[in-house]
Design a protein around this ligand. Structure first.
Ligand code: NAP
Length: 235
């Protein structure tokens, strides 16, 4: 196992949900953690650095990376996690929701990598981990725009792997099925929907991310797909 002590990670969308769980898990493993979100909230991680950052803005993303490096001196791990989702029949999907999924999930992911990459290339052990989705591996009904945005993330990370492997930056897609968070609440999910009880926890995904970044440096995981037992592998 590769030690994480002294490493620095930036996790986008880490004020709550999966990102907060990843930040907490990495911090417990000895990583110095920077937390980006629009609110700038720190989800209770004492040593973490939190700053307001909107991934839809390349300037805001660059300012976040610069502040992280100013605080911790380096950047070794980027977790591209900030994301939004809205479900429903495609023609019923509000245009604002469609545009936000492209802005946050597609442009936000690209902007995060663009801002972080110069620093990752200077790291002795760099990882980019994209929290994509099962919706980035197969077309799912009532998730047309979300699938489009998640396929884009998967494609981005696969292409980055080709481009960066020989320069020592490992690139991994983590593709979860349903995770019980605030995600898509009011946009296709409701707090009382029965499926929530069977979904995975944010901590389940965080454990996978820690596994990915602690692999010995002689190999890399290209994609990890995980789904709740309650979800079929067909739909
Ligand atoms: P969540 O609980 O809704 O959390 C989303 C996080 O993203 C929050 O910290 C939010 O903070 C931040 N965020 C949203 N828009 C942002 C922006 N423009 N700039 C910066 N930060 C922004 O969602 P989650 O379930 O943790 O989802 C995290 C990732 O996992 C997403 O990419 C999602 O697509 C993916 N995923 C989720 C599931 C699931 O079932 N939950 C399954 C597969 C994949 P602020 O509101 O403060 O900005």
């Amino acid at each position: 196992m590769h030690s994480l002590h002294g490493r620095v990670a930036l996790v986008t969308g880490a004020s709550r949900g999966i990102g907060a769980a990843i930040a907490r898990n990495l911090e417990a493993a000895g990583v110095k953690v920077a937390i980006a979100s629009r609110s700038g909230d720190n989800p209770g991680i004492p040593g973490a650095f939190a700053q307001a950052c909107d991934v839809r803005s390349a300037d805001s993303m660059t300012a976040m990376v610069d502040a992280t490096v100013a605080r911790f001196g380096q950047l070794d791990i980027l977790v591209v996690n900030a994301g939004v989702g809205a479900y429903g029949p495609f023609l019923d999907l509000p245009m604002a929701d469609l545009e936000e999924m492209i802005e946050v999930n597609v442009k936000g992911a690209l902007f995060a990598v663009r801002a972080a990459l110069p620093h990752l290339l200077r790291s002795e052990a760099a990882d980019i981990v994209t929290i994509a989705s099962e919706a980035g591996r197969r077309g799912l009904p009532y998730e047309v725009a979300y699938c489009a945005s998640k396929f884009a993330q998967v494609g981005m990370t696969r292409a980055l792997d080709h481009e960066l492997r020989e320069q020592g930056v490992r690139c991994t897609n983590v593709c979860p099925g349903g995770v019980a968070t605030d995600f898509a609440m009011g946009h296709g999910r409701t707090p009382d929907m029965p499926q929530l009880a069977g979904m995975m926890s944010a901590d389940d995904v965080a454990e996978v991310v820690r596994f990915v970044v602690t692999r010995p440096r002689n190999h890399r995981l290209l994609e990890v797909a995980l789904r709740p037992v309650s979800e079929s592998s067909w739909g």
